[in-house]
Design a protein around this ligand. Structure first.
Ligand SMILES: Cc1cc2nc3c(=O)[nH]c(=O)nc-3n(C[C@H](O)[C@H](O)[C@H](O)COP(=O)(O)OP(=O)(O)OC[C@H]3O[C@@H](n4cnc5c(N)ncnc54)[C@H](O)[C@@H]3O)c2cc1C
Length: 436
């Protein structure tokens, strides 16, 4: 009996998990191919929710999906482990040993053979080698980091509330470096939750006086990747909330006391968050002689195939995929991850029949920035209408739809709607913010 074609997907995030689910149901179910998903984590959460986890308005356990269960329901195999190497000659992936919380080995180093390999390992924050970032900043790259941030903020508020001496300048200040969507959304969300937490009994903290939120941006405006009108609308909202935005401030150092900019400006803050720029994981850099760029992304052709190996593909944030003829790449965004997963699922079905891969074209449906519970601003792109600015409830609805689409790709629409209903019902009995 001939061995089934083995497709391995490394990384079960916005792109990889949708791809594994789709291929499991298209190919795995009929035994036309074996599908394996490898992820270094045991559960999946949609990354754009992480700033809500950090702020405490979302309990990650409610929105996490168990890979083992998803694999069982959708005819693919899930293996826990972190990929650290690749042997293209023997077509094998190398996984480091997996340890438990006590540092004991639970799974030894392993190798997996593939016929087709897909990298979908996402991205991490890029510290650009700036001194002090690693030691003094919090990041929002994973659920653990977002939860650490939430605990850190809450503990500082509890300490400030119970201390006998007055609250010091900077003690409860938060400085967010990077005014992209993550930084701006986090600032607005924190404004909301710090007021909520104080209202739950920490009344010796005056949020308006004691908690200052700073956003620091190297460029001349916030949300640099988005249209100017959108940036202006978000800026007005941040001003209204009293968030201090520092523009044209290139950060050169971070220390325990705060942020130091090249201009000499020093912003005192006890809590520092780094949300400026991304890079693909370090292990991808020049992996097995494949072409990678200066931020470690795997360079792929328009059909998502790596430039030097036809059996290796990359999607999502870890892929440098050409978008146009001006040398621009597809942006690292959830909608691109979703679209690439859908295109590649069709390509891999065709591949089994010996048909050529399909080209991927990025379709920008617009951008939405949720400003906490206050408002959502954004622009929608589409057809003859071109770009249309939206805000308030309509924008909020479209923003939520993006996540619903991800859930529908994983569970199907009936279950996605049921989950939303359960969330809605829980809202009535849970506190509005996580308090532990
Ligand atoms: C706080 C935050 C807010 C965001 N908000 C938005 C937004 O509003 N709109 C938007 O469009 N985009 C947003 N993004 C970007 C969006 O989340 C990403 O573009 C998207 O998640 C990319 O999907 P991906 O599948 O490439 O990577 P990810 O979703 O990051 O998944 C990567 C997966 O690979 C796994 N992995 C990594 N390394 C290894 C390894 N060596 N071995 C095995 N597994 C590995 C990880 O555990 C993870 O499960 C946001 C990102 C963040 C961090």
């Amino acid at each position: 009996m001939t061995k089934a074609h083995h497709i391995i997907i490394v990384g079960g995030g916005a792109a990889g998990l949708e791809l594994a689910t789709k291929l499991g149901n298209k190919l795995g179910k009929k035994k036309l191919a074996e599908i394996t998903l490898i992820d270094s984590s045991r559960t999946h959460i949609w990354k754009p929710l992480l700033h809500e986890v950090a702020a405490g308005t979302l309990d990650s356990s409610e929105d996490q999906l168990e890979y083992l269960a998803q694999a069982q329901w959708n005819n693919f195999r899930y293996r826990l482990g972190r990929v650290i190497g690749l042997d293209r000659e023997s077509k094998e992936l190398l996984l480091e040993p997996t340890l438990n919380d006590e540092g004991e080995e639970i799974i030894p180093e392993r190798r997996f053979s593939y016929d087709t390999l897909v990298f979908a390992v996402g991205s991490l924050s890029n510290d650009f080698g700036i001194p002090g970032v690693k030691d003094h900043c919090l990041f929002l790259d994973s659920t653990e980091q977002a939860e650490r941030f939430q605990k850190n903020l809450l503990n500082r508020m509890l300490k400030a509330h119970s201390q006998s001496k007055p609250i010091e300048q900077g003690q409860l200040h938060v400085a967010i470096v990077g005014a992209g969507a993550t930084g701006v959304e986090l600032a607005a969300q924190l404004h909301h939750v710090t007021r909520l937490v104080s209202a739950y009994g920490l009344d010796s903290i005056d949020p308006a006086e004691d908690i200052k939120l700073h956003v620091i941006e190297a460029g001349p405006h916030i949300l640099p990747a988005l249209p100017q009108r959108l940036s202006d609308a978000a800026m007005r909202e941040l001003h209204r909330l009293g968030v201090t935005v520092h523009l044209n401030q290139r950060v050169v150092e971070i220390n325990a006391a705060g942020i130091v900019a090249a201009s000499g400006v020093i912003i005192p803050a006890a809590i520092k968050v780094w949300a400026a720029g991304i890079k693909a994981p370090e292990f991808l850099k020049d992996i097995a002689g494949l072409e990678t760029n200066r931020i470690n992304q795997l360079v792929v052709k328009r059909n998502l195939q790596s430039t030097r190996d036809e059996s290796i593909f990359a999607i999502g944030d870890c892929a440098a995929c050409p978008m146009d003829d001006q040398g621009n790449n597809v942006p690292p965004r959830a909608q691109a991850a979703h679209q690439q997963a859908m295109t590649l699922s069709r390509t891999l079905v065709r591949r089994l029949k010996g048909e050529p891969p399909l080209d991927y074209t990025y379709r920008d449906f617009g951008s939405l920035v949720a400003m906490g519970h206050y408002t959502t601003v954004g622009n929608l792109m589409g057809g003859l209408a071109g770009s249309m600015m939206v805000s308030g409830y309509i924008a909020r609805f479209v923003y939520l739809t993006l996540y619903k689409m991800h859930q529908a790709a994983l569970y199907g629409w009936p279950r996605a709607i049921l989950i939303s209903l359960l969330h809605f019902l829980r809202k009535g009995i849970d506190p509005q913010v996580k308090l532990h």
